[in-house]
Design a protein around this ligand. Structure first.
Ligand code: GAR
Length: 204
């Protein structure tokens, strides 16, 4: 198994997938995107992956499966068959079964649009705005069984402005996501890290 082969799972517009593919093409992120999986047939991420020539681009329909666990078993089989070492969640909006998380423990990362542990869950930007925080941002973290709760790899902070809407704040956060995700992925597959309790210690 090549240690820089990755699978990306995405449900939406795929801007994080796009910046990863751009960074790979530019030579600044030494990974090989072997597989993109989406649970949504109309995800723009699928078109982005096809246009970039990702070797395997799949829509798997959750409705075709009896339950979450059997859907995740199929995803894991496809990922393993493609020889992917890392699983990169990029706006993948399905809860993962604990057996899937265990199978890829230490090898699956996610990007979340808040400074965790504040505002986990699906509506993080809305929750931060509603709470009235003056700063928010994004977090890249390892995935474990706690929703948005795994050890933190990297974070970036943005201000929340008085006139912000959900859209304007999310757009400002995404600027940082697009910088942070490819850079963190590159660091992960080059220098790597150790884990001390909850702390990620980057090797030098
Ligand atoms: C990103 O902002 C990501 O942080 C968020 O979905 C967006 C996907 O954007 N993920 C979550 O909220 C996960 N809890 P994209 O489809 O343009 O990459």
């Amino acid at each position: 198994m090549s240690n820089n082969a990755i699978a990306v799972m995405a449900s939406g517009k795929g801007s994080n997938l796009r910046v990863i593919l751009d960074a790979v093409a530019a030579g600044t992120c030494p990974v090989e995107v072997k597989l993109v999986i989406s649970d949504k047939a109309d995800a723009q991420a699928l078109n982005i992956a096809r246009a970039a020539g990702v070797p395997q681009v799949l829509h798997l329909d959750p409705k075709a499966y009896a339950d979450r666990a059997s859907f995740d078993v199929d995803c894991a089989e496809v990922i393993d068959a493609a020889g992917c070492q890392w699983i990169v969640l990029a706006g993948y909006m399905r809860i993962l079964s604990s057996s899937f998380v265990r199978h890829f423990r230490g090898r699956m990362i996610n990007i979340h649009p808040s400074i965790l542990p504040a505002f986990p869950g699906a509506k993080a930007v809305e929750a931060a705005l509603g709470y009235g925080v003056k700063a928010s941002g994004c977090t890249v973290h390892l995935v474990d069984e706690i929703l948005d709760g795994g050890p933190i790899l990297a974070q970036a902070v943005v201000p929340v402005l008085d006139g912000d809407t959900l859209e304007s704040l999310h757009a400002r956060i995404q600027v940082e996501e697009h910088r942070l995700y490819p850079a963190t992925l590159a660091r992960m597959v080059t220098t790597g890290f150790d884990i001390d309790g909850r702390r990620v210690i980057w090797r030098t």
